[in-house]
Design a protein around this ligand. Sequence first.
Ligand code: AMP
Length: 290
Amino acid sequence: MQIISDISGLRAALRTLRAVGGSPLPRSVGFVPTMGALHAGHRSLVLAARQGCNVVVASIFVNPTQFGPNEDFSRYPRTLEQDCQMLEDERVDVVFTPTADAMYPAGASTFVDVEGVSERLDGASRPGHFRGVATVVAKLFHIVQPDFAFFGQKDAAQIAVLRKMVRDLDFPVEMVICPTVREPDGLAMSSRNRYLSAEERRQALSLFRALQAAQTLADHGEHRAAALLKTMRSTLEAEPAVRVDYLAVINPDTLLPLENVAAGGLLAIAAYVGGTRLIDNVLLCSKTSL
Ligand code: AMP
């Protein structure tokens, strides 16, 4: 496994890897962008990439432009050595670990703004967050030029923003969305879970519990968003230490509110547990085809 931190070095390595094997066709490249502090959720993306692509590239970059001034950029967990070990175990070909100066040279003033979706859900709570995400992913796509890029369902709003960016700007990449990986008790895996104390870890389970309660209701035929929201809210209120940021029943592509989920929809939650902001969601499928 090659660990490369400069852009021109990465491009040179990929030129070689694409051409290896003597095939007249270039080999497919799968890309897994991450911020490191890797866990089994990230691993599932790497496994999917390894299964479907000839060459697998992962990036580890804690992107400063997607953090607000009062957010956790400086204390975000950085575990590069363990991360590289895991990626090597999963037979990743190249890990790209750029510095912030390489990604944002002095004077850089070009950004990607995906208007509309970027102001909804996490974008409403974290102004500028999705501008940072779209800009860094656009840059990474230009640098790596993947055929397939792998993302987790866990970050549902990010998927909506990036799908729209790919469509609007004609990136020649196919986005592959992998299911949310959970701890055995249901908590969605997240690099930020390591901020939680034992008591907060217990309280954090209420996010999944709230989603499950609403999903069960929907499975039993309750399609009114207001009723699903009420159930989510009352489940979360049973854990008073958890402070809700948003509860939403929305169209997963536009992130706009739905009144009815008979044709499917996304249930999404963001909440603070202590000082840690956690997100989770579940996709409801349309029952009409069953
Ligand atoms: P991050 O390192 O948090 O920026 O995440 C990198 C990628 O891993 C994103 O596509 C996330 O959606 C994905 N991811 C994070 N947590 C999970 C999880 N629990 N299950 C599946 N994918 C995840």
